[in-house]
Design a binder for this molecule. Structure first.
Ligand code: ATP
Ligand code: MG
Ligand code: MG
Length: 554
């Protein structure tokens, strides 16, 4: 039940289908396997897979794996998991740009034969100088007029491994004076004697992103190649290659604004730094903006998909408020999460007038609004309530337990606080209360009891650990501001209270059946899930997904 915002690509696809330009559409999601996917990638996944689904087309998952130095199998596996978890399935097998290395090489040879590419011996520094600037045209490389046969010979020897890294590169011969820097004889191949996760040691030259991307799209007969706006300036080059080469199709590139979310980092490089420098426990730390982090935190795939629908797709960009994402998960969990009680800071309560041997099994609804059945909860003479639900010097408006006042135990009786027992230091270690036996499922006679608190039975509850997660960064723009000042690094803006670990919490016994992937509303505390890494059947660990209400900054 969320508002679906506009997506400017929808009418474009519609028109292409109506005009018969395409009989069906093929999109692709093309991550580089150099890190885990983040919430920005989720936008791209929902867009590419979503359009294909909506218009009866297909979407490919293609790893853009042209940079072996930074890529790893671990990332490939995690990315596949994340896409599936979000609820999408790619068409056919997973694809790799490296599957096309031989074809790409043949096309490089073709360009050389056409006199449209040359081997250049300028060092990277020299090449930068020759390239000019935005205000100054570049200069032709002294190697630009090499003959076709010399270039073919050099390219063959580059491939054969005769030259060390960086000694030369294959460049397209386009226009060193073009106002678009990407057209100033861009690099097609670099020498890199590196092992590749897919192709092993078959290659010691690797194609550039620009030389790979459009041709891979063409090979896969992609109809709409959708990428983020920073590639807008690359589009003329994308089209140049497709014009020059005997490719099987001419896909078209469209650009949209990337997702920027406040309080959040969406850069793989920076996320990797958080992991490498151990500011977080790993890529799937529940505070990370990675898809696996959100998953471990207890976000549902639907909440993330709804969020992507709500923000829409346009070319204008802007910064999205993190509270929109939190709204989406709250809305999902309010409807779907099972209710349960868990006492985070237990204070023992002895109900002195409750018979020691009296057994009472209560049945509480698993959901207040939906018919999800009941959960069983034993009531007993000894229970735990939260320490913050008893105050001797309460603030105004306090509705929980105070000396001599009454409160309702959720789903159970009304109790009155009679006496607090203290240890030698004066800390309250136990409460003595009495219950009104006439109040089970009924209002008490002649008086109003307003407060309702959560509780668990002492003996039958389960000890557990609860991890209270909050935003990882305490400033809206982690890259910039510390209270209006410019910070040196986003690391300065890490929220020191982004994780609070509580041990010795007490969960109601029904939570022993909790499954990974299941969400709960711990009444009055927030939404929680089992930690998918550290929780064990005899040592439960729950993560707070989100608080019940938006209380940030209040
Ligand atoms: P990063 O800057 O984090 O390294 P990237 O763009 O280099 O991201 P890729 O693996 O190349 O990461 O991204 C795969 C796809 O996801 C690309 O089409 C890219 O445009 C898209 N994408 C990446 N970040 C975002 C974002 N913040 N919002 C929307 N789409 C994104
Ligand atoms: Mg990229
Ligand atoms: Mg990148």
């Amino acid at each position: 039940s969320v508002n679906v915002a506009a997506n400017f690509l929808r009418p474009i696809v519609q028109a292409d289908l109506q005009s018969g330009k395409h009989s069906s559409i093929v999109t692709r999601f093309p991550p580089e396997p150099n890190g885990y996917l983040h919430i920005g990638h989720a936008k791209s996944i929902c867009l590419n897979f979503g359009l294909a689904k909506e218009f009866g087309g297909v979407c490919h998952l293609r790893f853009d794996d042209t940079n072996p130095a930074k890529e790893e199998q671990e990332y490939i596996d995690a990315i596949k998991d994340d896409v599936r978890w979000l609820g999408f399935q790619w068409d056919g097998e997973v694809r790799y740009a490296s599957d096309y290395f031989e074809q790409l090489y043949q096309w490089a040879v073709y360009l050389v034969e056409q006199g449209k590419a040359y081997v250049c011996d300028l060092s990277p520094e020299q090449a930068r100088e020759y390239r000019g600037s935005l205000t100054e045209p570049g200069k032709n490389s002294p190697f630009r007029e090499r003959s076709v046969s010399e270039n073919l010979d050099l390219l063959t020897r580059m491939r054969a491994g005769e030259f060390p890294d960086g000694t030369c590169a294959l460049r397209a011969k386009i226009d060193m004076a073009s106002p678009n820097m990407n057209l100033r004889d861009p690099i097609l191949y670099r020498i890199r004697h590196a092992h590749h996760h897919q192709t092993g040691d078959a290659w010691c030259i690797y194609p550039s992103y620009d030389f790979t991307h459009g041709q891979s799209d063409a090979i896969e007969l992609i109809t709409h190649s959708i990428c983020t706006l920073e590639f807008e300036d690359h589009r003329p080059l994308y089209e140049w290659f497709l014009e020059q080469l005997p490719v099987p199709a001419k896909p078209r590139q469209y650009e949209f604004a990337r997702l920027n979310l406040n309080y959040t980092i969406t850069s793989k490089r920076k996320l990797k730094q958080l992991v490498d420098d151990q500011h977080v426990s790993g890529w799937d730390d529940p505070r990370m903006s990675t898809i696996s982090g959100f998953r471990r935190r207890g976000f549902t795939p639907a909440s993330i998909r709804n969020f992507c629908d709500m923000i829409g797709v346009n070319r204008a960009g802007g910064i999205v408020d993190l509270s929109m994402l939190e709204f989406c998960i709250r809305e999902d969990l309010d409807y779907n999460a099972t209710r349960a009680m868990c006492v985070l800071k237990p204070l023992k309560v002895v109900i002195t007038n409750y018979p020691e041997d009296q057994e009472l099994m209560l049945q509480l609804p698993r959901h207040p609004k939906r018919d999800e059945g009941v959960r069983e909860l034993p009531f007993a003479r000894e229970i735990y309530i939260d320490a913050s639900d008893y105050e001797e010097n309460p603030p105004k408006g306090y509705r929980r337990l105070m000396p001599g006042t009454e409160v309702r135990l959720r789903g159970s009786y009304v109790i009155r606080a009679d006496e607090a027992i203290r240890d030698a230091e004066g800390n309250i270690v136990e409460l003595r209360c009495s219950y009104d036996p006439e109040t089970l499922g009924k209002n008490p006679e002649g008086r109003k009891v307003k407060g309702v608190i959560h509780w668990v039975p002492a003996a039958q509850s389960v000890e557990c650990e609860v991890r209270l997660y909050d935003r990882l960064f305490s400033t809206a723009n982690p890259d910039k501001d510390v209270e209006g000042e410019t910070s040196e690094s986003f690391l300065d803006n890490i929220n020191p209270e982004s994780l609070v670990v509580l041990k010795g919490c007490r969960a109601e016994p029904s939570l022993l059946q909790a499954q990974v992937g299941e969400s709960f509303q711990f009444e009055r505390e927030g939404y929680f899930c089992l930690d998918n890494v550290d929780s064990k059947p005899d040592a439960l660990v729950f993560n707070r997904t989100v608080t019940l209400r938006d209380s940030w900054g209040k």
